[in-house]
Design a protein around this ligand. Sequence first.
Ligand code: CTP
Length: 398
Amino acid sequence: MRIVLGVTGGIAAYKATTIIRQLTEAGHSVQVVPTQNALRFIGATTLEALSHHIVDTDLYSDVADVKHVQIGQNAELIIIAPATASFLARYASGLADDLLGNTLLATKAPVLVAPAMHTEMWQHPATVANVATLRARGVAVLDPASGRLTGQDTGPGRLPEADEIIAAAFKLLVPQDLAGRKIVITAGGTQEAIDPVRYIGNKSSGKQGLAIARAANARGAQVTLIGANIGEFSGEVFDFVSVVNAAELQEAVETHLSAADVLVMAAAVSDYRVQEVSDHKLKRGEIGDEINLHLVANPDILRAAVTRISAEKLSTVTVGFAAETAGSHQTLLTLAKTKLTTKGCDILVANDVSAGAIFGQDTTSVALVTRSGSSESFEGTKTFVADRILDAVVTALA
Ligand code: CTP
């Protein structure tokens, strides 16, 4: 991707080197456009060596190439880090008295601004108004991090970490087509206890559900992830509810269903549970050579949710999954259509798990069928497939 990195004249300018390095290592082409004052803090030689591009601040060199608009027109993404209070004022006023100002006025690319300054300057009404103006124009302005500043002072004003800035910038390229939507996603595999040590489980890793949770959040959704035995998640971008068995999973789904615009049932739910769970570890000596576990059916959580959605006239879009040992693509598609009908959901995603394929892998191959009659097949990383499932969700919501 063609990325422009604008660097303005603050002490944090040296941190631009980490951003350049991370972007070039990820294979992006980075054109650095520093202001004159940025070059008081960091040399053009350093910026050129790291970015592998000539670095220039001058509006009046190479005029024949119409550089003052070309850089902005060619950019696919622009990041300004660090952004000083003075830069924010110039950008909010639409000033184009240097190469960076011209680049910003000539671009249609998304722009992320990462300010860094002393707390007083960040909180000054002039800066507050400039930030509000830029945000109202669709420019993404990060709030600075809090911590030790250049002098003895501490407070909000530090440049956020390079990976945070880069993640926020790439988020701007993702369509916000799930903004304001609440999505409940189940992931992982339930475990039904036999005794305090043993359980009946399955091979689901939770990777597909997790990928959907992260992709939905990137597209603007408010996500609740109900994870069955997939570990703990803190500091993630979704609310996380940890469950073990089908009964807990059903309770969590029921709690969150009425507020949800979308329910994605990616969890592999055990169809049966042990009727009488032993409260002590079963000893082989006690049992002998045979054990008969009396299993009873668990409720079908997805079907129950579909029934409730219809009874309460909710408009929740439902996505079911199926793990099938289909063998051929045609059979997978047929099984997917049948399960779509039996489950009564809006979208059904079927995986072919013949010979244990897909479980725990980072890639998958699915057939996706919808109640409105469309059917498609996708193959790729679970992140890629997550976005295709969400494309179908967006269509269903519309
Ligand atoms: N599911 C559910 N509650 C269950 C079992 C499954 O909500 N007790 C959901 C899963 O989360 C998934 C879909 O139903 O979205 C797939 O179920 P699957 O196990 O393939 O279907 P079954 O109804 O068990 O059918 P079969 O085993 O006959 O293929």
